[in-house]
Design a protein around this ligand. Structure first.
Ligand code: PEP
Length: 250
């Protein structure tokens, strides 16, 4: 059943400049409607726009997140890197970690785990991405992959209050293809089962990400256990993003 507490994450990836911030006005207008009182929207622009977004969002209900961070929690001689402390000082409250585009560049479960711990140290929240590749899906090892990513990524983490899971099948990201209803239901159920197995809280929110658009958003959001959507490409266009939000709230 569609719920009113949905979380919508806008992952701008490596797009956007200062002038694009004003596009968000369309979203701000939408959420003035009481109907959307309970939803949460988290914009994740590139690092370079975090501070500008946080100034623009001041006194609004929009939230800001970063798309990744360095694993060291202290300041230091780490040229070119941005850690959770710096991100927090720019006004962000969330950080996406474990995105497949970064796993694909060599991020391991261990590194993601270190990053998660460094973010929790700063008391920020994490949008923790997990999901199988097309090869893993074909080999029918999705369950094992999700189990590995969750158990290693969240190793040593007792309190999951600040963790949101984003289930993103890698083959669905940017491809226009989404899992069938059955497949998605099964994988969400399995994620819950794995969380339970490792004694993580049942209340951890699970988002879906991968080729979400205004045509499929309603159906996806009705799937039991889905607490929100992580939107990449479509979130760059505020009209499309607004349409997605509207479609999930009727
Ligand atoms: C993403 O960036 O995580 C994503 C889901 O992208 P898209 O919506 O473009 O598939």
């Amino acid at each position: 059943m569609t719920n009113n507490n949905m979380i919508f994450v806008a992952n701008w990836k490596m797009h956007g400049n200062f002038n694009d911030i004003s596009k968000v006005k369309t979203v701000l207008n939408l959420i003035k409607n009481k109907k959307y009182k309970k939803i949460k929207i988290i914009y994740c622009p590139p690092f370079t726009l975090l501070k500008s977004f946080s100034n623009y969002f001041n006194n609004t209900k929009l939230n800001i997140g970063a798309q990744n961070c360095y694993y060291k929690s202290d300041y230091g001689p780490y040229t070119g890197n941005v850690n959770a402390k710096l991100i927090k000082s720019a006004g962000a409250k969330y950080i996406i970690l474990g995105h497949s585009e970064n796993r694909n560049e060599g991020e391991t479960d261990l590194l993601i785990n270190q990053k998660i711990k460094s973010v929790l140290k700063e008391k920020l929240s994490i949008i923790f991405c997990i999901g199988e590749t097309i090869d893993e899906k074909k080999k029918k090892i999705t369950f094992q992959v999700l189990k590995r990513q969750i158990s290693k990524g969240l190793k040593g983490i007792k309190n999951t209050n600040k963790i949101i899971i984003a289930y993103e099948p890698v083959w669905s990201i940017g491809s226009g293809i989404i899992p069938s209803r059955n497949e998605l239901e099964k994988n969400i159920k399995n994620i819950k089962k794995i969380l339970k197995q490792f004694k993580f809280k049942n209340s951890v929110k699970i988002l879906y990400g991968g080729s979400v658009n205004s045509k499929n958003a309603n159906e996806i959001s009705k799937i039991d256990g889905i607490g929100g959507l992580l939107v990449g490409g479509a979130s760059l266009n505020s009209k499309k993003f607004v349409d997605i939000i509207k479609k999930t709230s009727n």
